[in-house]
Design a protein around this ligand. Structure first.
Ligand code: FAD
Length: 345
């Protein structure tokens, strides 16, 4: 069981900045995010969109903002657990003290005196193929909703489903190493970058990619793993069989509050109610920062989340070191940061 000063649920901009503020006070963090990369909405929904309202930064794309936050927290100790969702949270007694324990979908357990819920609008969940019953039974056995390792697809018969940037990008990329690659979409029009679509169509002309439109998955066949599939041709209504080893469904993501609604916290609609003194929820030691929280005058802005987590971290410190003064000071005189950055006095 991993013990840490602060468990942060969500590695969006507010979760990432929590590591910085905690680090200034000498506290360490464990970040857990359902996505396969840090950055939350910035990285997942609008990486190339400009952001103009970060103080002192006139212009940054959302991905540049995430990269800058990752750079800023480099000096500090933190763990980042990706591609797993925090599902349960409960109070436990550990060595005669009260702690919170969280469990993830990967069966990992973490305990801490402080949980920061920085879960934004909820966890991003991949959209499943609508007409296949329980496609998840083939997860890691031929069905995926994201590409995690290019090597996995080497010399395999790969089918990619979808019509956006991810489907186009991975079709082009995996065509270099897969045994065969087929792109399946319900119509012959794509929503992704024109340049990548052109690359894909050139590969089709060279017989390096098989383009199947207008088609839809009809069934997945296999015992222990995917062995073949059938596809429905929308024009002819015929069901066609194909040999397949790996299926990658790239239909985008849904935002789901999911387990958070079951944690018995005071809510206002789908947001967690907090006080504005330290952004604690209705339970001691559980804080909610960033887009997930609610209080009078709340604005869903990155800047607001940064303020909230800065104050919440102060309270977290007091919970770990009761009665001690919180070591407040400007970063230029923060010995922990100067030490980590190797600044010589
Ligand atoms: C198109 C668009 C443009 C925007 N432009 C701006 C702008 O210009 N300026 C600005 O200030 N704001 C902007 N925003 C808003 C800004 O993106 C949000 O305020 C910000 O992302 C909130 O950060 P966060 O860290 O609270 O949450 P998020 O960025 O939503 O991150 C939350 C993370 O928590 C994870 N998560 C949730 N539940 C769980 C769980 N149970 N287990 C594990 N992980 C979980 C999610 O996967 C996600 O990665 C924009 C938003 C959008 C959609």
């Amino acid at each position: 069981m991993n013990k840490t000063d602060i468990i942060v649920i969500g590695a969006g901009p507010v979760g990432l900045f929590t590591v910085f503020e905690a680090g200034l006070l000498g506290l360490n963090c464990t970040l857990i995010d359902n996505l396969d990369k840090p950055g939350g909405q910035c990285a997942e929904l609008y990486p190339e969109k400009p952001i103009y309202d970060i103080p002192g930064v006139p212009f940054q794309t959302a991905q540049e903002h995430v990269n800058a936050l990752l750079e800023q927290i480099k000096p500090f100790d933190y763990e980042l657990h990706l591609s797993e969702r925090v599902d349960t949270m409960e109070e436990i007694n550990h060595e005669n003290e009260t702690f919170w324990r969280v469990k993830t979908t990967e069966n990992k357990e973490f305990i801490s005196k402080n949980i920061f819920i920085a879960a934004g609008a909820g966890s991003f969940e991949p959209r499943r193929p609508p007409n296949i019953e329980n496609p998840d039974k083939f997860i890691n056995k031929g069905v995926e909703y994201a590409v995690r390792s290019i090597d996995k697809y080497r010399d395999k018969n790969v089918f990619i489903f979808g019509g956006g940037d991810s489907a186009l990008d991975w079709t082009v990329e995996l065509s270099k190493t897969a045994k065969s690659i087929s792109l399946v979409h319900r119509r012959d029009a794509f929503r992704g970058a024109q340049h990548t679509e052109e690359l894909m169509r050139n590969l089709v002309k060279k017989d390096k990619v098989q383009l199947l439109t207008p088609y839809l998955i009809d069934s997945i066949i296999g015992n222990d793993c995917v062995e073949s599939i059938t596809l429905k041709n929308f024009e002819t209504n015929e069901i066609e069989p194909y040999d397949a080893n790996e299926l990658i469904f790239l239909f985008g993501l849904n935002k789901k509050l999911g387990p958070i609604l079951e944690w018995d916290l005071d809510l206002n609609g789908k947001k967690i109610t907090v006080n504005t003194e330290n952004y604690q929820t209705s339970k001691d030691g559980i804080f909610a920062v960033g887009d997930i929280n609610d209080y009078p005058g709340k604005l869903d802005l990155i800047l607001s989340g940064f303020h909230e987590t800065t104050l919440a971290v102060q309270e977290a410190y007091k919970r770990i070191f009761p009665g001690e003064r919180v070591p407040f000071g400007y970063t230029t005189s923060n010995s922990k940061l100067q030490e980590k950055l190797g600044v010589k006095k």
